[in-house]
Design a protein around this ligand. Structure first.
Ligand code: GYE
Length: 328
């Protein structure tokens, strides 16, 4: 009897092992294309829309597994995430780099592991461009130039004796979005004798930081004509600081406001006359990046740099229906 039970036990175990190993032979994720994605953080509405676009695009239904790591705006967190992706042997790595510099070594490590890399949103500054497949994102210099052209046309009737005092809010130092939006403005200021910086303040792309620095600044100087804010969330912080200081802004106010990103809330403020210019920065990168990955997997040539289409909006370009229909 004892032997009979042992036999049954053995059979049961054997069936169990067989079914387990059967499962292992065809694991679902074997067929999935695994993407390791190092995202900058969750510092802004733009970033949340960007993350959503990636999550919505790279779904299991379409044959992907997206492993996303939030770097909380720190490059060393990105290095750690990338090294984990290498160990896991993912099929592709996507990096939205916090800053441009410092990527040579880690990109070399990925190359040595034979994993393709896509740089998304911002750029990296490396000597060897073969370290990544392609760079997909915005033309940040053109965004800055759109803002400058608008400001030139708005101030064209200004007398040469009047000075235009610009309060410049800067995003994360060293990020492409900061470097190039800053470059466009600095070049313009150097070319216009009567444009000057009231100050250049560090807002790190967040509302809280911008509120803090603008509040502080306005304690000693309220003589500003324009705020050039390198993203919408910093703009919201600046708007609150201006309100606290009793300074009016927008179309009928003392201070004109230029904001980058053109996310829904900013466009709404623009329609209400609180923001004068919204320069668009399109965060919906998922579909475009997927197209590049598909081409790569099919062995097709892909361009080294792909820019997304963008424009700029003033009050007169907007309607409520248009804003409601926007995805971000
Ligand atoms: O403008 C800002 C975000 O790199 C385009 O990063 C992105 C910028 C965007 O935090 O809101």
């Amino acid at each position: 009897m004892k032997r009979f039970f042992s036999l049954i036990l053995c059979l049961a175990l054997a069936v169990n092992i067989a079914s387990c190993s059967g499962k292992k032979e065809q694991p679902k994720d074997k067929d999935l294309y695994v993407i390791g994605f190092s995202q900058v953080g969750s510092e802004s509405d733009w970033r949340l829309a960007n993350t959503k676009s990636m999550v919505d695009t790279f779904t299991e239904d379409k044959g992907y597994e997206l492993r996303m790591e939030n770097a909380k705006q720190r490059q060393d967190n990105q290095f750690a995430a990338v090294r984990t992706f290498i160990l896991e042997g993912v099929d592709c790595i996507i990096i939205a780099p916090t800053v441009e510099e410092g990527w040579d070594t880690i990109l070399k490590e990925i190359q040595d592991a034979g994993i393709p890399v896509i740089i998304m949103d911002r750029s990296v500054s490396v000597d060897d461009k073969n370290l990544y497949l392609t760079n997909y994102g915005s033309d940040f210099l053109e965004q800055g130039n759109m803002a400058v052209r608008w400001l030139e046309s708005e101030t064209s009737s200004m007398s040469a004796e009047d000075n235009l005092r610009i309060l410049h809010l800067q995003g994360t130092y060293g990020a492409t979005a900061q470097l190039l939006r800053t470059k466009a403005l600095e070049v313009a200021v150097s070319q216009h004798d009567n444009w000057e910086f009231a100050a250049q303040l560090y807002g790190d792309f967040t509302e809280a930081k911008a509120y803090e620095v603008v509040t502080d600044y306005l304690r000693n100087d309220k003589d500003i004509d324009v705020i050039y804010s390198e993203n919408d969330n910093m703009t919201y912080g600046a708007m609150r600081a201006l309100e606290d200081a009793g300074i009016t802004y927008g179309r009928n106010g003392q201070v004109r406001i230029i904001s980058f990103d053109a996310t829904k809330r900013a466009l709404q403020y623009c329609l209400e006359g609180k923001i004068d210019l919204c320069v668009e920065c399109n965060p919906l990168h998922g579909p475009g990046v997927e197209e590049l990955i598909t081409k790569y997997r099919n062995g097709e040539e892909i361009p080294k740099h792909v820019y997304v289409e963008e424009t700029a909006f003033t009050y007169s370009d907007l309607t409520q229906d248009f804003i409601d229909s926007r995805e971000y």
